[in-house]
Design a protein around this ligand. Sequence first.
Ligand SMILES: [Zn+2]
Ligand SMILES: [Zn+2]
Length: 274
Amino acid sequence: MRYSGAVNISSFHTHTRLCRHASGDPIDYVKVAASEGCSGLGISDHCPYPDGTWGGSRMDPSQVREYLSLVKAAREQAAFPFFWGFECEWHPKYESWYRDFLRAETGAEYLVYGSHWVEVDGCFEYIPDAGDPRNLKPYVDLTLEGLSSGLFDLFAHPDIFLAGFPRWDADLKAASKDIIAAAIAAGIPMEVNGLGLTKPRIAGPEGMRPPYPVREFLELAASEGAVLICNSDAHRPQDALAQARNAETWAYSRGIPTVDAIEALAFAKGPVRA
Ligand SMILES: [Zn+2]
Ligand SMILES: [Zn+2]
C-alpha cells in the first residue's frame, strides 16, 4: 500500500537495554506500541559477536538466552503481529555465526542488515566517522557482499554512509546506485530511518541536514524502483513507533513514496524462513 496520508503504526527496527546504548525491555516497547494502535512490531537488537567485536555497544553472547526469554515474554503480551531478530553488520568471517547460530540455533525470525562499519587496517570503523574517500570503495564492496549474502530481510539506514560524506557528488551517486541495485536484486526493502532525524545535523551543500536519512539517496532509490519502508530504530521505548511516524512524515513531505512495512516484509506475511 502506497503512503496515502495514513499514520505509520509499525516498526521492525528497535533496540533494548541489552546492547548497552539503549533502554527498556521488549515488553516496554510492546506496551508503548499497543497504546499507539500498533499494526506490527519487530525487536531487532544489535547482535553479539563471538569475538567481542564492538563489545561496548553490543550484547554479550552469554546474554542471548536472556534476549530470547525477553522477546518471548513480550510476544505473549502483544495483541498485534510481533517478530524478533537481530540487527547485524556483515563481514564474511561471521557468515556461519549469522547463518548457523543467530538464524538456525537461536531461531531469529529476521535479520536486519546495518552496514555501520568499514574495515580499516584490520579494525572495524564506524562509517559516519570514517568518511575518507579511500574508504568509500571498501565500504561499498562490503555492503554489496552483505546485501547479496542471502542472510538479511531488511536493509536499515541504507544511506548511513553519507553521514561521513556530506557532499553529494558523482562518486557518491555511483556508490548509491550500486547499493540500491543490490538491494533491489536481493529483494530487500530499504529503510527511511527515524533515529537519524533526531541526530545532530551536519553541513551539506544545501545547508544543514540530518546525517541520515538523505534525500538524494532515497529519491534515487525511489526512482530506481526500490521498496522503502519507515522504521523507528528506537533506542527508548517511547520512540517505538513515534520515530517511524517521523520518518514517514519526512519522506512524504519530500515526495518519497514508502510502503507499509507489513506489506513489504516477506517474513511478516508468511511462515518464518528456515
Ligand atoms: Zn543501525
Ligand atoms: Zn538500529
